[in-house]
Design a protein around this ligand. Sequence first.
Ligand code: NAP
Length: 312
Amino acid sequence: MAKSRVLVVGGTGYIGKRIVKASLAEGHRTFILRRPEIGLDIDKLQILMEFKRQGAELIEGSFSDHRSLVEAVKQVDVVICTMSGVHFRSHNILLQLKLVDAIKEAGNIKRFLPSEFGADPAQMENALEPGRVTFDEKMTVRKAIEEANIPHTYVSANCFGGYFVGNLSQMETLVPPKHKVSIYGDGNVKVVFMDEDDIATYAIKSIDDPRTLNKTLYLRPPENILSQMELVEKWEKLTGKTLEKTSISAEDFLARLQGADFATQVGLGHFYHIFYEGCLTNFEIGENGEEASELYPEVQYTRMHEYLQRYL
Ligand SMILES: NC(=O)c1ccc[n+]([C@@H]2O[C@H](COP(=O)([O-])OP(=O)(O)OC[C@H]3O[C@@H](n4cnc5c(N)ncnc54)[C@H](OP(=O)(O)O)[C@@H]3O)[C@@H](O)[C@H]2O)c1
């Protein structure tokens, strides 16, 4: 079977870059949307030019120009959208509704992967305000996809290593603490930590796989299901130093919502669900889901002691 042609929308972004790389590595003809709006953003243009050098094809198209999106979509079999969705950075999840309209009109797409790549929003019905906006918007996009009968796969990628591992899951920093570490509750709630390149590899493997059609692909490789305490212990073993640990009760953690700015409140809510409630692991994968490391045992996924070595 010929490999699908892939269009990445958001290809210069944090996870988008990895998706482009994985798509090229798996031998897919890979297209990237080049938006005229990037204007004088030299970094984005350089990323696009480098991908072009590696074999990707650039297609011009804009979210302000429906026809251009339809024409872009018509050139491929699979669309992967990695639209921004982190509040302290950039968040435009609902813009994807325009892409859904274009895919619906084009009518040729065999698989669409919308910008998900986090906690499964379908499990987050009772999420706290205001952080629930992320899950609500992702569910709105899902609804539009399903109403338009667009074949899809939702990738639930759990915690990106760059945001949750290097910093031992401390908020407001991306590097490991030197002396003291805050522990959420008893630190024993199970979380799933992922290397970003592995997320992209699993996502690309799913696009031509009938087993993931109209399903959620959960990334839960067994050795990466760890508690915060286990993560901290891995770092302590690597450095040979013991960190001073302070446990934060759920009550004290939630009290931080008061007076915090919007983006921080969103982040606090997400951390609460992950580290106190265990929202990434407190449910079984049902019949509408598949687990990535079971489907693709050939992927040698990165273990978190390896990921942490980058921070030594
Ligand atoms: N699980 C986790 O730990 C975790 C962490 C971070 C993010 N995520 C999720 O991963 C997904 C992608 O996030 P990210 O951090 O990779 O995103 P990002 O790097 O902030 O942005 C991705 C892309 O979104 C596009 N974009 C932004 N604003 C746009 C606009 N106004 N019009 C058109 N395109 C626009 C840009 O595409 P161009 O390349 O075309 O400029 C940008 O490169 C989101 O769903 C997010 O929630 C999960």
